[in-house]
Design a protein around this ligand. Structure first.
Ligand SMILES: Cc1cc2nc3c(=O)[nH]c(=O)nc-3n(C[C@H](O)[C@H](O)[C@H](O)COP(=O)(O)OP(=O)(O)OC[C@H]3O[C@@H](n4cnc5c(N)ncnc54)[C@H](O)[C@@H]3O)c2cc1C
Length: 395
């Protein structure tokens, strides 16, 4: 086989640590790795940097910003984008965390607002600048809330002696009456207590209806005002799914046959990862990395088997468990019936995320950064790199 990998970015991104770029722990280059370097040893694989604009399934052509690509077999793995659930203006007025640019922008906003608060004489305005609302109590929202609190209380409190950090308000909101829905109830409670111990205010059981310059309007008539709104309310299939004439499931995901991962009614096209929904959608697999990785491995094995006339077993997902950290010494993890939290959970979280990073150099540098942060409570990447006057919530 000859493989062509098409991506609009020239790097692979380890999304689980994006929140650490947004909270000054890591530099973007530590969680992103050049695709060409990953493929260097695969002699029959080539990379093409291009944006895919459409797919002609009948004509077997991928339409890209750099010209069309003909194929015999197609694997769609375009991932997901932030889901704003149709709330008007939310994309402009809130920060998201799905790519490196957004992580840089969010870090810049946090640091810029501290600089502005330090220079502000009006106490009301200072309090407003230091208010953060995070919507979405899933692992991403919880991890970001914990890391933001630690950045402010451990690091910025020393950088900004003119700011009283007790004035900072971090609110984490969710429609559910708990955080971390995928986890068992006792672990959710552990996470909630850990967040509260870090000064994060939980607003649970609330639904966001609208957004304006001052913050969020809630469905129950209440408000959640904050100068910085971070939207971590969910994801939906990448827009490429909209350009396909193929069956769709929840969150706009492309429906695929649960056994073969083929698009419904096609024998030459597959979809895997966040963009795909297996089966009829009665119990869809979560949009998580292990699902994407196992899907990729299965489709590769299936294509190889088909070409050599062999049969291959149906796809079956092996749940490798799930984990989230709330910060220093605090994490929750569950693998089947095994549940871990606290210091042991935190060590497990560190270990797993370290080994999953691509590249030995990245692992070493990330380990050094984590150790530096742990022992000296110091985060090196306190840099304002995107001074854009038209940041979310400002216009
Ligand atoms: C902040 C965050 C934290 C997360 N934490 C965890 C975690 O702790 N554990 C876990 O298991 N999962 C986590 N996830 C989810 C996990 O990252 C995804 O499930 C996984 O990356 C999905 O893999 P994928 O290959 O389907 O998509 P992606 O990894 O998103 O890759 C899609 C690729 O397609 C490219 N692309 C998209 N559209 C086009 C186009 N039109 N043209 C060209 N290229 C295109 C993109 O540039 C991207 O490189 C997290 C996600 C986020 C955002």
């Amino acid at each position: 086989v000859d493989v062509t990998l098409v991506d609009r970015d020239n790097y692979h991104l380890f999304q689980p640590l994006l929140y650490q770029v947004a909270t000054s722990v890591l530099d973007p280059s530590q969680i992103a790795y050049p695709i060409r370097a990953i493929l260097r040893r695969c002699r029959n694989a080539k990379f093409k940097m291009a944006a895919v604009t459409g797919i002609d399934l009948d004509g077997r052509r991928v339409l890209t910003s750099q010209g069309d690509i003909a194929y015999d077999r197609l694997v769609i793995a375009a991932g997901s984008v932030t889901n704003y659930f149709g709330i008007k203006g939310l994309d402009r007025r809130s920060f998201a965390l799905k790519n490196l640019g957004q992580a840089d922008l969010l870090r810049t906003r946090i640091l810029e607002h501290f600089e502005r608060a330090a220079a502000e004489s009006d106490p009301e305005e200072r309090r407003r600048l230091l208010s953060f609302a995070i919507v979405g109590g899933g692992p991403t929202g919880v991890e970001f809330a914990g890391a933001l609190s630690e950045l402010i209380h451990h690091v910025l409190s020393r950088d900004f002696p003119e700011i009283d950090v007790t004035q900072v308000r971090i609110v984490l909101a969710d429609t559910q009456d708990h955080v971390l829905t995928p986890f068992a109830r006792p672990l959710r409670r552990v996470a909630q207590r850990a967040l509260e111990a870090k000064g994060v205010v939980l607003r649970l059981g609330v639904m966001v209806k609208d957004v304006d310059r001052a913050g969020l309007q809630l469905a129950d008539g209440g408000r959640l005002d904050a100068a910085t709104v971070v939207w971590m309310g969910g994801v939906r299939a990448a827009p490429l799914a909209d350009a396909l004439n193929s069956e769709r499931g929840a969150q706009g995901r492309i429906r695929v046959d649960a056994r073969s991962l083929r698009l419904i009614g096609r024998d030459d096209a597959y979809a895997i990862g966040d963009i795909a929904q297996l089966g009829d959608g009665s119990s869809p697999l979560p949009m998580l990395a292990p699902v994407a990785i196992q899907g990729g491995q299965h489709v590769a094995a299936r294509i190889a088997a088909e070409l050599s006339g062999q049969s291959v077993a149906a796809f079956s997902y092996r749940d490798k468990g799930t984990m989230a950290t709330i910060g220093r010494h605090a994490a929750v993890a569950q693998v089947g019936r095994i549940r871990v939290s606290g210091f042991v959970g935190w060590l497990a979280w560190l270990f797993v995320h370290l080994i999953l990073l691509v590249g030995f150099r990245s692992r070493i540098i990330v380990l050094i950064n984590w150790a530096w942060d742990y022992f000296f409570r110091d985060r090196p990447v306190r840099l304002i790199t995107v001074p854009d006057p038209k940041q979310p919530g400002e216009g």
